[in-house]
Design a protein around this ligand. Structure first.
Ligand SMILES: Nc1nc2c(ncn2[C@@H]2O[C@H](COP(=O)(O)OP(=O)(O)O)[C@@H](O)[C@H]2O)c(=O)[nH]1
Ligand SMILES: [Mg+2]
Length: 234
């Protein structure tokens, strides 16, 4: 199966070149799409150089005048479908998600419609994260499962593989989320459509370079956004 790895980026100049190269080294069947929201630090320009270096394997989307983890992801999914890939993997561009897991996710995608990289199944864990972040993650996972009725342990992570038919079945023009709640929103929609989902353990490593874009604002917005998914999503 051929796969495209979708990397949303905002100010990832310290990580972008290394992560793209690391992803490409996971197999000839793997390509990359970078979705950059006009990063002031020049991430988009570095991505363009990578696209020149690997013309058949790296694609870059530059979004201007808009920002957001959710809409960047949606734009990347749409482009990936246009390009005709069998599977789309979304992952963070800061090495919190290990590119070496990609072959494992793709192997599982032969059997399951969605593969969730999971910190909360046996073998999954965190490295180098602050206790307060781990606690917030656990609380949000509990909350997402309760409010959205999800039968997935890790509902908030951003390392997942979708078969193309899954993304094709979702109305990507009517997504309620703006930010990080895109993860639970898609899982909610996917669960309701009856697709098969499996969790594969991952070790989530705190970013070593660059800064997180998650602010305190997220802590307040996220629960409301999840509630909105429950109330407004079809
Ligand atoms: N295109 C785009 N990517 C974003 C945006 N916000 C975050 N990201 C990317 O999404 C991924 C996860 O964000 P990160 O800041 O690491 O959040 P954290 O892991 O929750 O601390 C990284 O690859 C970011 O560069 C955004 O507004 N637009
Ligand atoms: Mg991160």
């Amino acid at each position: 199966m051929n796969a495209i790895i979708m990397l949303p980026t905002y100010n990832e100049k310290e990580n972008i070149a290394e992560i793209v190269q690391s992803v490409l080294s996971q197999g000839e069947n793997v390509s990359v799409i970078v979705v950059d929201d006009d990063s002031p630090d020049g991430t988009g320009r570095i991505a363009d150089q990578l696209a020149l270096e690997y013309p058949s394997r790296v694609d870059v989307m530059h979004r201007t005048g808009v920002r957001g983890r959710a809409s960047a992801g949606i734009a990347g999914f749409k482009r990936a479908l246009e390009l005709g890939f069998d599977c789309v993997i979304e992952m963070d561009a800061d090495f919190s998600h290990d590119p070496k897991e990609i072959p494992k996710l793709l192997k599982l995608a032969e059997k399951y419609d969605v593969v969730v990289g999971s910190r909360y199944v046996p073998g999954g864990t965190y490295v180098g994260c602050k206790p307060v972040h781990m606690m917030l993650s656990r609380i949000s996972n509990f909350y997402n499962r309760l409010v959205l009725g999800l039968n997935v342990r890790d509902t908030s992570g951003g390392f997942k593989c979708y078969r193309r038919k899954v993304l094709e079945s979702i109305d990507l023009d009517h997504i309620v989320s703006w930010g990080y709640s895109i993860g639970p929103e898609l899982l909610y929609k996917i669960t309701r459509k009856g697709f098969s989902i499996v969790e594969s353990p991952i070790v989530f490593v705190n970013r070593r370079k660059g800064k997180s874009k998650a602010s305190m604002k997220v802590v307040f917005e996220y629960p409301l956004s999840v509630l909105k998914i429950r109330l407004k999503s079809d």
